[in-house]
Design a protein around this ligand. Structure first.
Ligand SMILES: [Zn+2]
Length: 431
């Protein structure tokens, strides 16, 4: 089943302006020129982000808030209008006397980025505009474990092409696409190195997608789905304003994204955050990754549904949405088997999260993916385990928050990653 369509709405997040007056120029003309261009690009980003993050405003207000002078702001705004990223609209409402200035706003028909997702039981596409508004989305349930990577990528390319056609029909300009993947990703090369639940190894996703979308030479990227979801929670979800948190994602596997000091923590080779494969039992059950006793074998969706007496096979035919909705229904009705299964899942998550909290001391734990709709039942056993396992007493136990973006977190993070390149350097929109 594919659900697709246009949708409306929201907004995003920061950086100080660099005043060209305060830059000390080197004496060499070539370097001076490149420095001037770098300052200009930086300041274009500062002005664009002011409007994106804080809403429509006049040039005078932008000058006041950025510390840039009015002439510079006017020139930067003109360039952003030429780039098709800002438009002029009406007069600014003011409390003070004086002639109101015209406001500039993010162009409705400006830049848009695609977030694409390959997961074990579905494919997803999301188009987000510069103001954070969702302009198109499609989710297709699919048993990707039983299809080869070529077939899955063919279908993802079709979904992406359809999304591009739709956003172009809305007058938008696509600036890039990032693919969210359920496994270890070499972000530099755009390769999926290993996805145990898909049984895929060494799939050059970006290269294969580029071949399939040959007519559309968009910048393409790839990253781990939980990393992208954690970034989406940081930028526009439950973790806005937090600097250190652990994102735990329930999919068919269990994923994780770690944000430390406001940045995604990837680890030495970029493979960090594999929360689902932390050991909870030294001699535990075999895991799809080849090891045994991983959290995923106890706190994953399949053991949870099986313990609740639900058909975990359904995941492969309808996606995980239906069996999880059924589990929620049974839990709400107070069915004992369902409640016991949820309590057990929460306990295993709490065991693994206890180690995470002792290692990293995060401000919060965010529960995403299918953990979000069942978070009310997972929270008490997680908190009980944390209070027993975390050093430092109650004050050291972080709050457990449900994701506010739900299953869209990864695709929204994927699209936002591309948009943030343009917010940092708006001239890239013509690249
Ligand atoms: Zn494992």
């Amino acid at each position: 089943m594919t659900t697709a369509g246009r949708v409306e709405q929201a907004r995003e997040p920061q950086y100080p302006a660099i005043s060209s007056d305060s830059v000390t120029w080197t004496p060499k003309p070539a370097i001076e020129l490149s420095s001037q261009r770098a300052v200009r690009r930086h300041n274009l980003g500062v002005v664009l982000r002011q409007v994106v993050e804080r809403g429509p405003r006049s040039r005078a207000t932008i000058a006041l808030d950025t510390g840039l002078n009015k002439t510079t702001v006017s020139s930067l705004v003109s360039e952003l209008m030429d780039l098709g990223l800002l438009v002029e609209r009406g007069a600014e409402a003011r409390a003070t006397a004086g002639r109101p200035g015209l406001v500039v706003d993010v162009a409705r028909e400006g830049a848009v980025a695609l977030g694409l997702e390959i997961n074990v039981d579905y494919l997803g596409v999301q188009a987000t505009d510069l103001a954070g508004g969702s302009r198109y989305k499609a989710i297709e349930a699919a048993d990707n474990r039983r299809r080869g990577s070529d077939v899955v990528l063919d279908r993802l390319a079709d979904l992406a092409t359809e999304a591009l056609r739709e956003v172009r029909a809305q007058g938008l300009r696509p600036i890039g696409a990032t693919v969210a993947l359920p496994g270890l990703v070499d972000v530099t090369r755009g390769e999926l190195l290993a996805a145990p639940n898909l049984h895929w190894t060494d799939v050059p996703v970006v290269e294969l997608l580029r071949e399939r979308m040959g007519a559309d030479p968009l910048p393409l990227g790839a990253d781990n789905e939980a990393n992208l979801a954690a970034l989406a929670e940081l930028w526009e979800g439950a973790a806005v304003g937090l600097s250190d948190f652990m994102y735990a994602s329930g999919q068919v596997g269990v994923g994780g994204g770690i944000v430390l000091g406001g940045e995604l923590f990837r680890g030495y080779r970029g493979f960090g955050g594999e929360f689902g494969h932390t050991t909870v039992e030294a001699d535990g059950l075999p895991c799809a990754c080849g090891s045994h006793g991983c959290l995923e074998t106890r706190g994953g969706l399949e053991p949870l549904l099986a313990a609740a007496g639900l058909d975990s096979e359904q995941i492969t035919t309808t996606g995980s949405g239906k069996p999880v909705a059924e589990l929620v229904k049974r839990a709400e009705a107070g069915e004992e088997t369902a409640l016991a299964a949820l309590a057990d899942c929460g306990r295993w998550l709490g065991v693994a999260l206890g180690s995470v909290v002792n290692l990293l001391s995060p401000q919060a734990i965010v529960l995403g993916g299918y953990f979000a709709p069942i978070s009310q039942w997972l929270k008490p056993p997680i908190e009980r385990e944390l209070s027993e396992r975390v050093l430092g007493g109650a004050a050291a136990v972080p709050p457990v928050l449900p994701s506010s973006l739900g299953p869209e977190a990864a695709v929204r993070g994927a699209a936002a990653t591309q948009l943030r390149r343009v917010l940092a350097d708006p001239t890239l929109v013509n690249a």
